[in-house]
Ligand binder design. Structure first.
Ligand code: ATP
Ligand code: MG
Length: 515
């Protein structure tokens, strides 16, 4: 009762139809969006597809008021509106969940929601927001503890906090930029059911994804962008994965690659009984041991949060090893510095690419040699050899098809997928003995994913070994010679990828079967 006296109701804004008309936007004279038309109606889920750098995020940032278009207009229910900043966008009923969450990790769910929530009252703000979170949790089956700190939540839970934030502000249209790339398969299912619930209640959703299966599953309609322009659109019931991929990339994409059988070479990596703690100081890896050989890809399958990140970080020198040993070609690299480990032939594509993979404010060419600046070919005495560095960068950009107008631009201006391509290019450019790759195809479009998978097989053929962490079982089975299943910091099995016992991989991942 008291709360009713003090608190405003958050009501979903009424939008029947939203249109973006002839939207164009350039950065430094290079077009990112050209003459784009997009419309969406109440109760519709529209997919936005396109290669890395096609202009999807730019278009949505315009709708959310982060960028101003050079030309074009936005209409809501037939009336032209102006969106100068996100506050105005929110006031029109538009909400956006960015690919990289914008939450403050040391604050609780309630505190994060209170930030930027107009309806936060002066009296009893916590009580009010807790009540709201409960309300939305019930309505959309969110299941979230409002008093937990953000750092204690999984990626899926953090995403739900972002969605609740948008809904509390009255969002009728929710923009989700690659929402599933950070989620586990179970969390993806939960998200899909939340989105279906929102659709049934009349919300409209714009869903950006590179995963064609998901797009086919939940979208009513798909719009495909190519190099900043509309390449086509289709109702999902009238199209299929292959046609969408062709529309996006302009050619047929191979979804299944056949790997050549290779005999394994000499031992490259040996991990002997290592024990490692996680971020919260509790054991994350429990006596893990395995070996990896030349010409071999070993996949680590498992539900995220079972020690994958800690294992990758322990091997590459980012996380201390409490006991046990890691050796590369017989040399002990346990607890050596990341640079020393790199110099021993170990490359790393990290899980959190923005935090650990690049320096966003530096130029492309600086980022292309982040761990290699001390190599003789890039520096002499105290000076960097910029000519060589720039040539090297150009080679990576061309080979990995990093879409950028110049290498003299800051990395933060690249699209998400293109940042990933640059990191991959850098990490494999020196033909590593071991590549530790965590979700290397996250955020890559179908064409780039195909290219990367072929490249990993090429590295394997040339004698490298790869330790591949992936949530995508199809990817694991397609690329790996052996598969380790991780659960609760332990390996449940390490088997050849054609071993029949792997039909129980689901049980092993859930911890209920050990081989
Ligand atoms: N602030 C900026 N300054 C300069 N260029 C930019 C800026 N933001 C985006 N771009 C450029 O605009 C183009 C489109 O980028 P955008 O992020 O919209 O692509 P995307 O379709 O979202 O790609 P991805 O699938 O990789 O996320 C890219 O070439 C990118 O480098
Ligand atoms: Mg993007």
């Amino acid at each position: 009762m008291l709360s009713r006296l003090f608190f405003k109701k958050s009501i979903m804004k009424k939008i029947k139809c939203l249109e973006m008309k002839s939207i164009s936007k350039s950065f430094h004279g290079i077009p990112a969006n050209q003459d784009i038309n997009l419309s969406i109606e109440s109760g519709e889920i529209v997919g936005l597809l396109g290669e890395n750098g096609a202009g999807k995020t730019t278009l949505m940032n315009i709708l959310y008021g982060l960028y101003q278009p050079d030309s074009g207009q936005i209409n809501i229910n037939g009336n032209r509106i102006r969106i100068n900043n996100p506050v105005e966008s929110i006031s029109h009923g538009i909400g956006m969940v960015h690919q990289h969450f914008m939450l403050i990790k040391n604050h609780s769910v309630i505190e994060n929601i209170a930030l930027g929530y107009k309806g936060t009252p002066f009296f009893f703000p916590k009580m009010k927001i807790r009540e709201k979170v409960h309300l939305f949790s019930k309505k959309f089956d969110f299941r979230i503890d409002p008093d937990k700190k953000i750092w204690q939540l999984s990626a899926g839970e953090q995403q739900r906090v972002e969605i609740i934030k948008a809904l509390l502000n009255g969002a009728a249209l929710l923009i989700l930029d690659e929402p599933t790339s950070v989620l586990t398969p179970r969390e993806i299912k939960e998200l899909i059911s939340i989105l279906r619930g929102m659709k049934a209640k009349g919300h409209m959703i714009i869903f950006i994804s590179h995963k064609l299966d998901e797009i086919m599953e939940i979208c009513d309609r798909v719009i495909v962008l190519q190099k900043g322009k509309i390449a086509g659109s289709a109702d999902t019931k009238d199209t299929d994965k292959k046609s969408l991929a062709r529309m996006m990339v302009g050619r047929d994409v191979v979804f299944n690659i056949n790997k050549e059988k290779l005999a394994k070479g000499k031992k490259v990596l040996s991990v002997e009984n290592i024990n490692v703690n996680g971020d919260k100081g509790l054991p994350a890896l429990n006596n893990i041991s395995f070996e990896l050989f030349e010409n071999e890809i070993l996949g680590v399958a498992g539900v995220s949060g079972n020690g994958q990140r800690e294992l990758a970080e322990a091997i590459t020198g980012i996380r201390p090893i409490l006991s046990g040993k890691v050796k590369i070609k017989g040399r002990d690299i346990t607890n050596k510095s990341p640079r020393c480990i790199y110099d021993n032939g170990v490359s790393h594509v990290p899980e959190e690419r923005i935090r650990f993979g690049i320096a966003p404010g530096l130029f492309l060419y600086d980022n292309a040699i982040l761990k290699q600046h001390h190599l003789k070919k890039f520096s002499s005495r105290y000076f960097l050899r910029y000519n060589r560095i720039k040539n090297h960068t150009k080679t990576i950009v061309n080979k990995f098809k990093v879409s950028t107008h110049s290498i003299n631009t800051r990395v933060r201006n690249l699209s998400g997928g293109n940042i990933q391509k640059l990191i991959l290019g850098r990490e494999v450019s020196e033909q590593p003995q071991l590549l530790v790759a965590s979700h290397p195809t996250y955020g890559l479009d179908v064409g780039a994913t195909e290219f990367l998978r072929k490249h990993l097989l090429e590295l394997r053929k040339q004698g490298s070994s790869v330790l591949l962490f992936s949530e995508d079982l199809e990817e694991i089975f397609e690329l790996c010679d052996r598969i380790a299943v991780i659960f609760d910091g332990r390996f449940m099995a390490v088997l050849d990828s054609d071993d029949e016992r792997l039909c129980d991989i689901g049980l092993m991942m859930a911890g209920s079967k050990k081989i």
